[in-house]
Design a protein around this ligand. Structure first.
Ligand code: KIV
Length: 259
């Protein structure tokens, strides 16, 4: 088993698609680790695991608990910690929190959402040896609505400029979320590090999805999510069968009893 490094991720640009997925728990981390280059402990966990109505409410302490577990059980993949809302309001706050995260979770990198506005923060962190992944396009921590970005010229120009600025600030990869196909293509061509798309077309250097969405466990199915499974249905059937067995005294059977 060869550990995926940032150098290996960088070499994949324009060559081999980079496979990424979110994970928040031991069991998913163990499975994802077999097939993914990057595992993101996304702040989406606030919504998918804790039922919050926005990613903004998740606390760094909660994220740290999940990230520690994921990192413990993902031995090969690069594990990235998604810095929650308001934990990188300026470079000093960002550095203090990022160091705490790296020390407590042993994650390989952190992710920050934003473009030109956060370039000085990214530079400050990368100069101090904290590997950073960028995130442009739709920014769930600050966006007022969940709408595809880059449909008009002004937005396209602004997102491209954001991506170039973030690229020049020392990140090792950039997530592009929910933008029109041709913008993702232009960004991928014009920046030096790999782009990882979520709702950003096949022209990115890699892809990421929220694991609960692709497994059919969440109730969030925008166009860009391909559902590979319907776990909600499978779990519901199992729970229903269990309840029936208990009521009919079919469970526990002889096989499940100590004698
Ligand atoms: O929090 C998250 O899961 C993310 C992905 C959507 C990229 O940021």
């Amino acid at each position: 088993m060869q550990k995926i490094t940032i150098e290996k991720i960088l070499k994949k640009k324009n060559k081999n698609p980079i496979v990424c997925l979110t994970a928040y728990s031991k069991s998913i981390a163990q499975i994802a680790d077999k097939y993914c280059d990057i595992i993101l402990v996304g702040d989406s966990l606030g919504m998918v695991l804790y039922g919050m109505n926005t990613t903004r409410k998740i606390k760094i302490e909660t994220m740290i608990l999940h990230a520690k577990t994921v990192k413990d059980f993902a031995r090969k993949s690069l594990v990235v910690f998604d810095m929650p809302y308001k934990t990188y309001t300026n470079k000093f706050v960002a550095y203090k929190n990022a160091r705490k995260v790296m020390r407590l979770t042993k994650c390989d990198a952190i992710k920050l959402e934003g473009g030109k506005k956060i370039v000085n923060i990214i530079k400050y962190l990368t100069k101090r040896k904290i590997p950073v992944m960028g995130h442009v396009g739709l920014l769930p921590q600050t966006s007022i609505n969940f709408k595809v970005k880059g449909k008009n010229f002004i937005q396209k120009k602004q997102i491209l400029e954001d991506a170039i600025a973030v690229d020049n600030s020392g990140v090792f990869a950039i997530i592009i979320e929910c933008v029109v196909e041709n913008l993702a293509k232009i960004i991928t061509k014009n920046i030096s590090v790999p782009t990882i798309g979520i709702g950003a077309s096949k022209y990115c250097d890699g892809q990421i999805l929220v694991v609960d969405d692709m497994l059919g466990l969440s109730d969030f199915y925008p166009k860009f999510v391909k559902q590979y499974s319907n776990l909600k249905k499978i779990i519901e059937k199992s729970v229903k069968d269990y309840a029936k067995d208990v009521k009919l005294r079919k469970f526990p059977s002889n096989k499940n009893v100590y004698k």
